[in-house]
Write a protein that binds this ligand. Sequence first.
Ligand SMILES: [Zn+2]
Ligand SMILES: [Zn+2]
Length: 613
Amino acid sequence: MAIFVQPSYGSLTTRYVNRLLQFSVRIFAVALFCVPALAARAFDQSRHVVVVVWDGMRPDFVSEQNTPALWKLSREGVTFRNHHSVYPSATMVNGTALVTGVYPGKNGIVANHVYRPDIDPHHTIDVELPPVVKKGDELSGGKYISVPTIAEIVERAGGRTVIAATKTVGLLLDRQTNLKDQLGKANRAASPLGEGERMARRAVAERRREVRGSDTPDNEKAETLTLPSPLGRERRRNSESEIHSQPAINSVILVAGKTLPSSALAPITAALGAFPSGHVEQDAWTTKALTDVLWNDGVPPLSILWLGEPDLTQHESAPGAPAALAAIKSADKNLTAVLAALDQRKAAGTTDLFIVSDHGFSTIERSVDLRKILNDAGFTAKTEFTDEPKTGDLMLAGNGGSVLLYIIGHHEKVIRRLVEFLQQSDFAGVIFTKQPMEGTFGLEQAMLQSDHAADVVMAFRWNDAKNQFGVPGMIDADWQRAAGKGTHATLSRFDMHNTLIAAGPDFRRGETADLPTGNTDLAPTILQILGIKSPQPLDGRILSEAMGSSHIDATSRNGGHQSAEQALSGKPESKRIEATKDFAAGSWQQSLRVSRVGSTIYLDEGNGQFAPK
Ligand SMILES: [Zn+2]
Ligand SMILES: [Zn+2]
């Protein structure tokens, strides 16, 4: 059953539609005179994009009092009031969606913690850790993340990028510099190369071909011509090594106080001392490393600053707690430092800023020990295997507000019994299954279908009650944190709706945008601003409705997904899908609300309940 609802339009949306109409008239005029289609903008290295991620920042905490700098910036730019995380509303998943512009199932990062028996048959893994990424690349020929990130695309176009992240998510944001460093180390070590290093080398070469695209054979020549001379000398000295011929050799990743390449760390610690231990201090250190050291050679085309706050403190306390509000204020101070540095470097007029959070946040109403509950119900459920796993055993990968369940051997009877058990529980919210089952949605409905997908993905139940600090959004969550603390990763509207404010020369001033937007839209929008074509189609769309008129015609280009005409005919729609299953004792019902603009899909919220007879 699907009920379509026509959402109300904000004034900006109306103007957007009007401009699209004007544009379609322009297209018609162009067609009449048989002029070739509008040329793509060229990569403009004098333009800058700075993405500042406030991890876990709820949009309802943006206010003049809580976030004076962000509030002021929103008055100078555009506030996106209907912005979406991808599901699960977790950090690594949304970090990867932000920088690839494609949905989790397609890019390969579908949760923070997953079970990949080909990588580790006995434990669940943290998807971003270097040994995991390395093994994943070895197994997939460098396709652990299946598509290039915007940092890699900018580097391949010849631009420098800087990633500065307090949290380990930074390792997923620029895989090219990551791989280069792996290979650099291997070259410096000893020959012959081990298989891992050969894989890394092949992976770099392959990603290089892929990012460059097959239709631009002259790119390398162009790069050679435009390379600054010191790099040119280095290139000749290292003619044997692909890695040293990368044009953006001075790109840097700073992650949790470490750098790739490792040589980039010394000037940072010389200026700022060692990476501190407190969350707030770590964010300030990482911000200063970006503004005072990594930007010393100039503001590069793309910088991403990933702050760990307010996420870390909201986990330890709860949304709205005094400590959480102080953490939000610290993020705002770091934004002030970024804005001041751009001013000081005379780059404010040529820089577009995106202030975004990866996901929202909720408060735990009840901590659910799912492993114990399932074992008590007769399943063999584990969070690690000490012996060889047996067919029908369950591995649970807890992700806070969602759990991924893997059934060894994909034992059909066990899967069915498990799903029916969850459907009659008092904690399940929405259940997705790899194989179609009554009363569930398919993984593809959450854009989670992938080669290594779990058999069952369950989002916990939620409600809009208020927590001890008067902040709405309560969820059941896994065993890892206690009731009263904060977490996320459900399909609650409080987890799935996050913050996005954009400001700069390419954005309209002092407006709000009500059209649905999502984290997958940042990559195509950023590439459009920089004048770089994506090497492959993206799931996200360019946020033209919030941009100046020079970008309205761009919807038909980057990503190639949403033409102006499509956007015009594909008005934003919202639908609610349901799945039900009847039992002797009652009935299970789950629902999911989905919005769509053109071909880009956003999950609004989903929940479920068992109604006893
Ligand atoms: Zn996060
Ligand atoms: Zn978190």
